[in-house]
Design a protein around this ligand. Structure first.
Ligand SMILES: NC(=O)c1ccc[n+]([C@@H]2O[C@H](COP(=O)([O-])OP(=O)(O)OC[C@H]3O[C@@H](n4cnc5c(N)ncnc54)[C@H](OP(=O)(O)O)[C@@H]3O)[C@@H](O)[C@H]2O)c1
Length: 365
């Protein structure tokens, strides 16, 4: 067995430190992969700055990281879809409460993945491009397809038009660009919001209309649009999106449901424990009350929740492999390589925290 190295977070609020790490043999339903590219997400720097209120169960030192692509080196006894040498992408779920496992973290050379959260990738897709997908894809799929979220039809190669329109607030985010593609592949029309510079590629993905979320009339404009359509619900991504989506859903005929990906408080400018915790609870309660008053249902989505139900298989096994191989699904947002070793992951997190536009920051190994 080769040796492993990881970018550890030694304690809450501490910067990542590269050091040796064990390699764990895969359990029956797991695959062990040698990572070639790792993408970073807001989740990882949020845990780093706000570990006292977010993901409080993590046992430090810990290996964070959700988005990986690489080569399978070993498979568990019950794994049937993969063998050593396969090129794959996968969602690493080490930070989940039921895992709480550094062996399943992405920020290292060797990561254990669940077979159900792993997809083969075609030779035409680089590891760098593949690594942008897992968490954005999983979060969008959890919101769109789970029975207790928007419960949309599943995506496929030849979707029957549903005649319904989904609102994706924040289409140029990682979550949003996957949501737009998944909804279109499931037969829905999509209306989305983004900065005007990102409207072109979102339209190419199939979004019917792209509105500027900074426009003072965006809510009224969306209410006007949905007044004449059948509303499939909304996925709210980005600060302030949930409250706006609740008001739009309340005025729209159809599925008055908002699946919410962004927490009610932001962490970009730091974190103060009592204020942030109060803002989190108060923000969620306020949103729930506002939604209930308006006859709208709202629910926070957890990006890895699809592993608990049929949605994981629908996406990672039944949809994504063929969709990627046939060029029906694009690896977006566009990758930007910002490092070439585990030691570069901290700078990548710092850059992500400053804000990106339609870009996924990737470190190669
Ligand atoms: N619940 C979960 O499990 C889960 C999982 C993944 C992500 N998230 C959350 O989802 C959000 C997006 O994450 P991500 O990785 O997809 O983000 P990202 O790609 O880093 O987001 C960058 C994008 O955010 C857009 N944006 C900024 N403010 C916005 C606003 N007020 N409304 C709409 N769009 C806005 C920008 O759009 P323009 O450049 O077009 O202006 C930019 O393209 C974050 O809040 C993250 O914490 C949650």
């Amino acid at each position: 067995m080769p040796s492993n190295r990881a970018a550890w977070i030694p304690a809450r609020n501490a910067p990542l430190e590269v050091g040796p790490a064990p390699i764990t043999a895969p359990g029956p339903d797991q695959v062990l992969i040698r990572n070639q590219a790792i993408a970073v997400n807001p989740l990882e720097w949020i845990i780093q700055v706000a570990g006292r209120v977010a993901y409080t169960w993590l046992k430090y030192p810990f290996v964070l990281g959700a988005d990986v692509a690489g080569e399978v080196v070993e498979v568990g006894s019950a794994v049937t879809r993969f063998r050593a040498g396969d090129r794959v992408l996968g969602l690493a779920v080490g930070t989940d409460k039921d895992a709480n496992s550094s062996a399943q973290g992405g920020f290292q050379q060797y990561t254990l993945l669940s077979e159900r959260l792993t997809s083969p990738i075609p030779d035409s897709l680089s590891y760098v491009d593949a690594s942008v997908l897992p968490l954005g894809l999983s979060t969008a799929a959890s919101a769109l397809f789970q029975a207790d979220h928007l419960a949309l039809n599943h995506p496929g190669a030849h979707p029957a038009p549903t005649g319904e329109t989904l609102l994706v607030w924040g289409g140029s985010t990682s979550v949003g660009s996957n949501a737009v593609q998944l909804a279109v592949a499931a037969g829905y029309d999509v209306v989305t919001t983004a900065s005007p510079r990102n409207a072109g590629w979102l339209t190419d993905l199939g979004a019917g209309q792209v509105l500027d979320y900074r426009s003072p009339t965006v809510e009224a404009d969306l209410i006007g649009i949905f007044g004449t359509r059948k509303f499939a619900g909304a996925l709210a991504v980005g600060p302030g999106s949930a409250a706006a989506c609740v008001r739009i859903a309340a005025a729209s005929p159809g599925n008055r449901f908002v699946s919410m990906a962004t927490a009610p408080v932001t962490f970009e400018n730091g974190f103060s424990p009592p204020r942030t915790a109060a803002g989190m609870v108060g923000g969620m309660v306020g949103l729930q009350l506002s939604a209930r008053r308006r006859g709208v249902r709202i629910r926070f989505v957890i990006g890895s929740d699809l592993k608990k139900n049929e949605v994981a298989d629908a996406i990672f096994r039944d949809f994504l492999p063929d969709a990627l191989a046939e060029g029906r699904y694009r690896a977006l947002p566009q990758a930007s390589v910002v490092g070439s070793s585990l030691a570069d992951l901290q700078a990548a997190l710092d850059l992500q925290r400053k804000g990106v536009s339609a870009t996924k920051l990737v470190v190669t190994l």
